[in-house]
Design a protein around this ligand. Structure first.
Ligand code: AMP
Ligand code: ZN
Ligand code: FE
Ligand code: FE
Length: 289
C-alpha cells in the first residue's frame, strides 16, 4: 500500500487538477502524505493545505520543483518543506516565471515553421495564472488537433532535442540547492534516469559526478521511487542513494496530463522511513540556519 507521494503538480503550474481536486483524489487513493511540488511556484500551497484540512489523516508537504541547467541537459530539483514566506525565494521564483513566458512564446513561434499554428492566446488561456510550461503548449496542440496526446507534441516538437524547443535562463543545480537550503527546504534531485512516460528523458549523463558535486553543495535526497521506473531502476537508484547517503524519495509526478499510461497518485512512492528521515534532515537544516 502506497501512502506517500512526494511529487505532484497542480493548475498552479502544468498540472491539470486544482490543488483541491488533487488532494481529494490522493485521499481517495489512500495517500496519507503528499507533497505539492509545482514548477517555480508555491501559489497552490494554501489551497492544498485548506483542502487537506477536510481530512483527518492527510499531511501536505509544501514543496516546489526547480528546473536547472547543465551543459546539454537539465536537472530538476525538488525542495520539500519549503517556506513560502521567504521574500528572497519569491523574488527568484517570480523572475523564473517571467523567463518561462518569453520562452513559451518563442516555442509557439517556432512551431509555425513546422506548420503548427496554435495561438498564443489559446496557450495563455490554458495556463491562466499558472507558471507556464511546455505542457500548456502541448495541450493547445491537442485541442487544435495537431497531435492526439500531449506526449506526442513532446516527441515530435517540444522535447529537449525537438525542433521547436526553446531554452530559458536557468540556475545551475548547485545554485538551486543553495537557494533551497537558504530557505530551509530539503533539496532532492528529481527523476535522475530514463522514463518511458517522458521519453525525451534519458539517464543524466555523468550522474555520479553530479551527485558528488550536489552532495557537496548540500543535496539531501534523490528520487528513487518515481513515475514509471521499473523494479530494476528502483534497485539501482536505491543502491546509488545509499552510496551517496541520500534519502530515497519519490512520487508519481502526476500532472493529470491526459497521456495514456500516466503514473497516478498511489501507484508509486517511498516508504514511511523516507518521511521520517526527511523530517529528521529538516530539523538539522533549520537548526543550522
Ligand atoms: P517545462 O517546465 O516547460 O520545461 O516543461 C517540463 C514538463 O513537461 C515536465 O514537468 C513534464 O510535465 C512535461 N514533459 C517533459 N518531457 C515530456 C515528455 N517527453 N512527454 C510528456 N511530457 C513531458
Ligand atoms: Zn511538469
Ligand atoms: Fe521534473
Ligand atoms: Fe515534476
Amino acid at each position: 500500500m502506497i501512502e506517500i507521494d512526494l511529487h505532484l503538480h497542480t493548475t498552479f503550474s502544468d498540472g491539470r487538477l486544482t490543488p483541491t481536486k488533487l488532494v481529494r483524489m490522493c485521499n481517495e487513493r489512500g495517500l496519507k502524505i503528499m507533497a505539492v511540488t509545482d514548477h517555480d511556484s508555491t501559489e497552490g500551497l494554501d489551497e492544498a493545505l485548506e483542502a487537506a484540512s477536510e481530512f483527518t489523516d492527510m499531511t501536505i508537504v509544501p514543496g516546489i520543483e526547480l528546473s536547472t541547467d547543465i551543459p546539454g541537459a537539465e536537472i530538476h530539483l525538488l525542495g520539500l518543506f519549503i517556506n513560502r514566506n521567504d521574500k528572497v525565494l519569491q523574488r527568484q521564483l517570480s523572475t523564473m516565471r517571467k523567463g518561462r513566458q518569453g520562452r513559451a512564446r518563442a516555442m509557439v513561434k517556432n512551431l509555425e515553421k513546422f506548420g503548427v499554428f496554435v495561438s498564443w492566446e489559446h496557450v495563455e488561456k490554458l495556463a491562466g495564472e499558472a507558471s507556464i510550461g511546455r505542457p500548456h503548449i502541448a495541450q493547445a496542440m491537442v485541442e487544435a488537433g495537431y497531435v492526439k496526446f500531449p506526449k506526442e507534441a513532446f516527441d515530435r516538437y517540444l522535447g529537449r532535442s525537438g525542433p521547436a524547443y526553446a531554452e530559458r535562463v536557468k540556475l545551475s543545480p548547485e545554485e538551486a540547492v543553495k537557494l533551497l537550503l537558504a530557505n530551509g527546504a530539503v533539496p532532492v534531485i528529481a527523476h535522475p534516469t530514463y522514463s518511458a512516460a517522458k521519453s525525451s528523458r534519458g539517464e543524466v549523463e555523468g550522474l555520479r559526478d553530479i551527485l558528488t558535486s550536489l552532495k557537496a553543495a548540500g543535496l539531501v535526497g534523490m528520487e528513487v521511487y518515481y513515475g514509471d521506473y521499473t523494479a530494476q531502476q528502483i534497485k539501482w537508484l536505491g543502491d546509488l542513494a545509499d552510496e551517496f547517503n541520500l534519502i530515497p524519495c519519490g512520487g508519481s509526478d502526476y500532472h493529470a496530463s491526459g497521456n495514456p499510461g500516466e503514473p497516478e497518485p498511489g501507484s508509486v512512492g517511498p516508504p514511511r522511513s523516507t518521511y521520517e528521515r526527511l523530517q529528521e534532515a529538516r530539523t538539522h537544516l533549520t537548526s543550522k540556519g
